[in-house]
Design a protein. Structure first.
Length: 356
């Protein structure tokens, strides 16, 4: 998230991805002052003009937040409230307005007092390293960016090479040039490239890139699929956890596997679902919490946000996952919210000798 401090009470931000929108949902509260640009229809009051005809103009509005909700499907944050100020005299103060905040929309948030958690959430996006994943073979290349726990896919790039049955002239250097151009167009120069796929094509492409730039490149063996399928296989592989062990996706994958292992042992050192997680959090027992985007849609949104904020204020690590990865689907299947606990909780349904 891009941020700039205006003064002690006001901060301007630009969300860069869906995680940033979720963080803004957790930061903005009822009663906060929000300033942003918007499009509003201004009715014309000239002679001979149609009474129902209006002109759409861009104006800047400051409102007092009354209601806020997250639409994860459309990647937008809907905020409504009472207008406090505007730069257009045709907009009456005291009337109501709604903002639809999307990725790359700039807003200014003003609060009487910023909490440490709110400031930490504003800065949380700065510690998310991004990786460029390339699953390449002679037939084509799958391309995606892994940032945090989210996979952003780009269109596959096809080589045009014929199969065994159809012999065609194939210029591998030209194909590599197309792939390299796609990487340079879509990705930042600081992002590390991770290459995998069947055969020797990945090594040849690595040599090609090293001639063209000084980008950091790592190759992964053992992923024998190219295209989008290869990227999905890598994202849930042991190789991913080893090569980018410091990434959020690797941490979440290890946490979910640990929860499944504890469940198989009938341990009570984990919580599953919002009721169990809330109860464990009230006792201060939660060590790490993972939630899926579907949990915000399935449960009461404010209830989930309050749980996340309260847990983080107690020092709990929280991670969000979505359906772009297999992990997001697994967490959704486990009730949308799961947690690792610091100690086992006594359950009347579980014999104490089975706890670990």
């Amino acid at each position: 998230m891009i941020r700039k401090n205006i003064d002690d009470s006001s901060i301007s931000v630009i969300p860069e991805d869906s995680d940033d929108l979720l963080n803004l949902r957790r930061i903005i509260k009822t009663g906060d002052r929000l300033t942003a640009d918007t499009i509003r229809t201004i009715k014309q009051e000239k002679d001979y003009s149609r009474p129902d005809k209006g002109k759409r103009v861009k104006i800047r509005i400051a409102l007092c937040v009354e209601k806020i909700s997250l639409d994860g499907v459309l990647d937008r944050l809907r905020i409504s409230g009472t207008i406090l100020e505007s730069n257009n005299e045709s907009v009456p103060h005291g009337s109501h307005h709604s903002f639809n905040i999307r990725i790359n929309d700039g807003i200014t948030i003003s609060k009487k007092r910023w909490s440490r958690l709110e400031k930490r959430l504003l800065s949380s996006g700065n510690d998310k390293p991004a990786y460029i994943l390339l699953a390449i073979d002679t037939s084509g290349c799958g391309l995606a960016r892994l940032q945090g726990t989210h996979l952003e896919f780009f269109p596959d790039i096809y080589s045009g090479a014929g199969g065994k049955r159809y012999k065609m002239a194939f210029n591998v250097e030209k194909f590599f040039g197309h792939v390299y151009h796609a990487v340079e167009s879509a990705c930042r120069s600081t992002e590390e490239i991770i290459i995998f796929g069947p055969g020797q094509t990945k090594k040849k492409f690595s040599n090609f890139v090293q001639k063209e730039s000084s980008r950091k490149i790592r190759m992964v063996e053992g992923i024998d699929s190219g295209g989008e399928d290869g990227i999905h296989i890598f994202a849930k592989s042991q190789a991913m956890r080893e090569i980018i062990s410091d990434s959020k996706l690797a941490k979440v994958a290890s946490a979910v596997d640990e929860i499944m292992m504890l469940a198989s042992k009938k341990s009570t050192k984990f919580a599953m679902g919002i009721e169990e997680t809330e109860a464990a959090n009230k006792l201060g027992a939660v060590r790490l919490l993972v939630f899926s985007e579907m949990s915000i849609q399935e449960y009461d949104e404010s209830r989930v946000i309050d749980l996340l904020n309260d847990a983080e204020e107690k020092g709990v690590e929280t991670f969000g996952v979505d359906s772009s990865t297999d992990l997001g689907l697994r967490v959704t299947g486990l009730g949308g919210i799961v947690a690792l606990l610091r100690y086992a909780l006594v359950s009347p349904d579980v014999d104490s000798t089975s706890q670990s």
